[in-house]
Design a protein around this ligand. Structure first.
Ligand code: NAP
Length: 254
């Protein structure tokens, strides 16, 4: 059966679980060969791999916060799959570090880890991926950001800053890379039902979080994945530079 991504190779960082797993599954359904990336959770990555339609998918490990490992991930993707058409920067962490509660050491650790993973990781992966995306023709980068970049993250300030930086990175590179046939877009979800948010959604504040959206619920990973795949689909390149909100109208930017 023909799909929009037949013959294309897609690297999904953090593809082992949550939103990334749904992104891998939907790209595979659309005919892509998928690289399921993970950091340490090999078992989850293998489960995702086993759930994918089609053949030729691989699981690759790397800590995206380490520049050398990020470079190796791109090189291994091309080495194993022969090309790279779509990079989805989805891997991320969401660590609490309230300014009133944490000491200076903990504050610095949270900022360094968060910025390294959520912002420098994507920047480094993009640098290494771009020559391959240009060679592929109609190359795509889709970054997974967050509503928190716009709404604020009082208990996770480094997270909010990392995602605001990711938005800016994506917009700057949309301008820089369009002349080279590479298109860059961003999806900014609100709360999504994944491991990242289980504690929040099942805790005492869960109902209040769901009530932030007039839909009265958090998103399912599949709903976010649909937008990611859409933004990488051939024929959508004029959307380059866009940031798509996926927050159930819980926060409306002007
Ligand atoms: P998740 O379920 O916690 O999964 C995180 C994924 O990222 C895992 O595959 C994990 O791999 C990988 N990862 C984490 N740190 C890494 C590192 N240093 N190097 C490589 N991989 C790393 O997360 P999720 O909820 O699906 O979130 C995916 C993305 O959506 C994130 O960027 C997140 O900020 C964003 N987002 C999520 C929500 C939400 O409500 N869930 C809302 C807005 C935005 P291992 O398991 O192997 O460590």
């Amino acid at each position: 059966m023909g799909g929009a991504f037949d013959g294309r190779v897609v690297l999904v960082t953090g593809g082992s679980r949550g939103i990334g797993r749904a992104v891998c599954q939907q790209f595979a359904e659309a005919g892509a060969r998928v690289v399921v990336h993970y950091r340490a959770g090999r078992e989850a990555a293998e489960e995702t791999l086993a759930s994918l339609d089609g053949d030729g998918h691989v699981a690759l490990a790397a800590d995206v916060a380490d520049p050398a490992q990020a470079a190796r991930l791109v090189a291994d993707t091309v080495g194993r799959c022969g090309r790279l058409d779509v990079l989805v920067n989805n891997a991320g962490i969401f660590e609490e570090h309230r300014i009133a509660d944490v000491d200076y050491d903990a504050w610095q650790t949270a900022w360094q880890r968060t910025i390294s993973t959520n912002l420098l990781g994507p920047a480094n992966l993009i640098h290494q991926a771009v020559p391959h995306l240009i060679a592929a023709g109609d190359g795509r980068i889709v970054n997974v950001s967050s509503r928190g970049a716009f709404r604020g993250e009082p208990d996770h300030p480094a997270y909010g800053a990392s995602k605001a930086g990711l938005n800016s990175l994506g917009q700057s590179l949309a301008q820089a890379l369009a002349p080279h046939g590479v298109y860059v877009t961003t999806v900014a979800p609100g709360f999504v039902e994944t491991d990242m948010t289980t504690e929040h959604l099942t805790g005492p504040g869960g109902d209040a979080i769901r009530a932030q959206s007039p839909l009265g619920r958090a998103a399912e990973p599949d709903e976010i994945a649909r937008l990611v795949v859409f933004l990488a689909t051939p024929g959508t390149e004029y959307a380059t530079g866009t940031i798509v909100d996926a927050n159930g109208a819980s926060y409306l930017r002007t």
